[in-house]
Design a protein around this ligand. Structure first.
Ligand code: MG
Length: 158
């Protein structure tokens, strides 16, 4: 077995919708970034790559490459999955935390988990998702940023 960890932060600005976990959430803020700026998918991508010691998302998809501008992060995650699968690894489970002051993610949690399960081609029960606010302090609390963390456990296929 191998465990990997991923973390990502993106700045927020006025606008919407909020792209998170591969879905668009109606909101009055949106993320800023080179790709579609989805911090949760980026954290999951890094957790998979990290578990297989394959580097990180910045190495696989350099932000200096114009081809990656506005890129769908689900594509990047699928490519990371393909890379770890090619080495014989499969996902045992992932667990993620989103750090976001607003909106409450409770009503979107199942949709995000389902989207992650679809991209990763695993059962829903292998995808954990937690949400924390910034308690009104720091960059998360002031709604200047959204962050995500993920741990991934991989097992070797028989
Ligand atoms: Mg990112």
């Amino acid at each position: 077995m191998r465990v990997g960890i991923g973390h990502d932060t993106h700045r927020l600005r006025l606008g919407g919708p909020l792209r998170l976990g591969g879905i668009d959430i109606p909101h009055d803020h949106e993320t800023i970034g080179h790709s579609d700026a989805d911090p949760l998918l980026h954290a999951v991508t890094d957790a998979l790559l990290g578990a297989a010691a394959l580097g990180d998302i910045g190495q696989m998809f350099p932000d200096a490459d114009p081809a990656n501008r506005g890129r769908d992060s689900a594509e990047m995650l699928a490519a990371a999955l393909e890379a770890v699968s090619a080495l014989g690894w499969e996902i045992v489970n992932i667990d993620c935390i989103v750090f976001l002051q607003r909106p409450k993610l409770l009503t979107h949690r199942l949709s995000i988990r389902q989207r992650l399960a679809d991209i990763l081609r695993v059962d829903l029960e292998r995808i954990g998702l937690q949400a924390k606010t910034g308690e009104g302090i720091g960059s998360i609390g002031r709604e200047e940023a959204v962050a995500a963390q993920c741990v991934a456990l991989l097992g070797m296929r028989d």
